[in-house]
Design a protein around this ligand. Structure first.
Ligand SMILES: O=P(O)(O)OC[C@H]1O[C@H](OP(=O)(O)OP(=O)(O)O)[C@H](O)[C@@H]1O
Ligand SMILES: O=c1cc[nH]c(=O)[nH]1
Length: 180
């Protein structure tokens, strides 16, 4: 049977959610001094870039962005790189910085756990906060986001797909339900 798909966020909803998150980051941290956004590959990088761009527009200050590839830190795949491998992070120094990790979907929390491991191997951030576009629940680790675009209660049989212009044909979030 073909899966059933529903759009739960369109381009406008995504744009508004990212603008709100940018304001929330500024309000919670009273600005963005010593702050760096780090996107988790793949779509987390584009989200980090978009939020950083809004922060620059609102505050008129620089907002550095880095990229994290956590492939070698996952606990469900064979570790193929040594810890602290330079290829894991492309970013300015994170030592004593406030790091805002960005990802598209938060589910079990294992990706974020791996991202925190990768970061801490490379320095000691002053603080790590987490921004996600969609929190779909079903956490397997004690991880919670500081900034959420949309909370989407899901069944484990459903799948959330985030599509972004930078790599997909359009901007949207869809929920996919396998028909019985
Ligand atoms: O909380 P978790 O259970 O770890 O799930 C969330 C992760 O799953 C997806 O990544 P995926 O591994 O599918 O790779 P992708 O980003 O390349 O799609 C998504 O982009 C998140 O990073
Ligand atoms: O539904 C899910 C679960 C994990 N990662 C996703 O991108 N979607």
């Amino acid at each position: 049977m073909n899966p059933e798909k529903h759009v739960i966020m369109d381009e406008t909803a995504i744009r508004r959610a990212l603008t709100r998150i940018a304001h929330e980051i500024l309000e919670k941290n009273k600005g963005v001094d010593d702050t760096i956004m780090i996107g988790i590959r793949t779509r987390g990088i584009y989200l980090a870039n978009r939020i950083a761009e809004r922060i620059r527009d609102i505050e008129g200050v620089p907002m550095p962005v880095g990229e994290l590839d956590i492939t070698s830190y996952r606990d469900d795949r064979v570790r193929i790189q040594s810890a602290g491998s330079a290829s894991a992070l492309r970013a300015p120094d994170i030592q004593d910085k406030r790091v805002i990790l960005c990802d598209d979907v938060l589910y079990t929390g294992r990706t974020v756990r791996a991202a925190m491991d990768a970061l801490i191997d490379l320095g000691r951030p002053k603080m790590i906060q987490l921004a996600v576009l969609v929190d779909r629940g079903h956490r397997e680790l004690p991880i919670r986001p500081d900034y959420v675009g949309k909370n989407v209660p899901t069944s484990k049989l459903e799948q959330i797909e985030v599509r972004m212009n930078e790599v997909d044909r359009n901007d949207e979030v869809v929920i996919i339900q396998q028909r019985g």
